[in-house]
Design a protein around this ligand. Structure first.
Ligand code: NAP
Length: 284
């Protein structure tokens, strides 16, 4: 009797302990929530169109000071024009030498950095039988290597400051292989892995690390898509979802909710089931 009693007692203690661990895991956001945007010093790279431009507007409307970067200075100037708290800094992210100079200019203007968003990318829909090496190199150079170029100057700066956050714009197409995403999907899968390592290493040092995974958003990047895009969002809705994710302290900021969760779950299924479901849903 005593033994049974003791076993059942220790089982309930273990259960309570597990519940405590799980509830504390659930309660604590992975990054410190950004509770106010007023006066936040932000560098937004890839801000001349689409999601980046809409996010710049959302952040500026909310009171942040934003430096907007991309190659097209004229487009950046149009986005920044209505705002006293915006400035533009055009540069090409594939130019390694340009990064330290760009960072120095950003710091001259903002003093320090509270958040950097890296979203410059290209998308070349490609099937497995259409590989163009030059295109593959250009995509990896822009979508992935440029992120390393940026990180190589930004991470030391944030570590020196002792605060601040880095966010990479990935894509839900990085979750699993998808038709036509032969190159783009692989670049975004690389960013997912890269961002996880950044989180492991930098969160314990007090930095924020965020992986933004959008679904389909109506931007110049997707304008040539000739297939149905489930859950298609406006850039403004995407920008709101991104800001909400920062405000809640998420590590992964994914949207739209239902479609991105569906693809996430599919990506975790056993291969046989996953491939069958993807063939069925994409009709390819
Ligand atoms: N739209 C979607 O459905 C979707 C879905 C998932 C993820 N995403 C991701 O979201 C991010 C934004 O994409 P978007 O849809 O908003 O497309 P977009 O309007 O084409 O934006 C791409 C941005 O990257 C900049 N850029 C491209 N090459 C550059 C370079 N060499 N140097 C500096 N900046 C460069 C572009 O500006 P310049 O041309 O002026 O340089 C532009 O500001 C990308 O990372 C994309 O992969 C988009």
């Amino acid at each position: 009797m005593t033994t049974i009693h003791t076993v059942s007692n220790s089982a309930s203690v273990m259960k309570a302990g597990q519940q405590h661990v799980f509830s504390s895991l659930r309660m604590k956001p992975l990054n410190a929530p950004i509770t106010s945007w007023v006066g936040k010093r932000i560098w937004l790279v890839g801000a001349s169109s689409g999601i980046g431009a809409a996010l710049a507007q959302g952040l500026l409307d909310a009171g942040a000071s934003v430096v907007l970067s991309a190659r097209r200075g004229d487009q950046l100037a149009i986005v920044a024009a209505p705002y006293a708290n915006a400035s533009v800094l055009p540069f090409d992210v594939t130019d390694t030498e340009a990064w330290p100079k760009a960072l120095a200019t950003v710091l001259e203007r903002l003093g320090q950095l509270d958040l950097v968003v890296m979203g410059a990318a290209r998308y070349d829909p490609t099937h497995s039988w259409q590989i163009d090496i030059d295109q593959a190199k250009k995509s990896f150079d822009l979508n992935v290597v440029s992120v390393y170029r940026g990180l190589s100057v930004i991470v030391p700066q944030l570590l020196g400051q002792g605060h601040g956050g880095i966010s990479l714009i990935g894509s839900i197409s990085g979750y699993t292989g998808l038709p036509r995403a032969l190159i783009y999907g692989a670049t975004k899968a690389a960013l997912q892995n890269l961002c996880e390592t950044l989180y492991f290493e930098l969160a314990p040092k007090g930095l924020g690390v965020y992986l933004i995974n959008p679904g389909f958003v109506q931007t110049p990047m997707t304008s040539a898509n000739d297939f149905e895009m489930p859950g298609l969002m406006t850039p403004e809705a995407a920008a709101s979802a991104i800001m909400r994710g920062f405000e809640r302290g998420h590590f992964e900021i994914r949207f739209p909710k239902a479609f991105s969760l569906l693809l996430r779950v599919i990506s975790m299924l056993p291969d046989r089931l996953r491939f069958a479901l993807l063939h069925k849903t994409t009709k390819m």
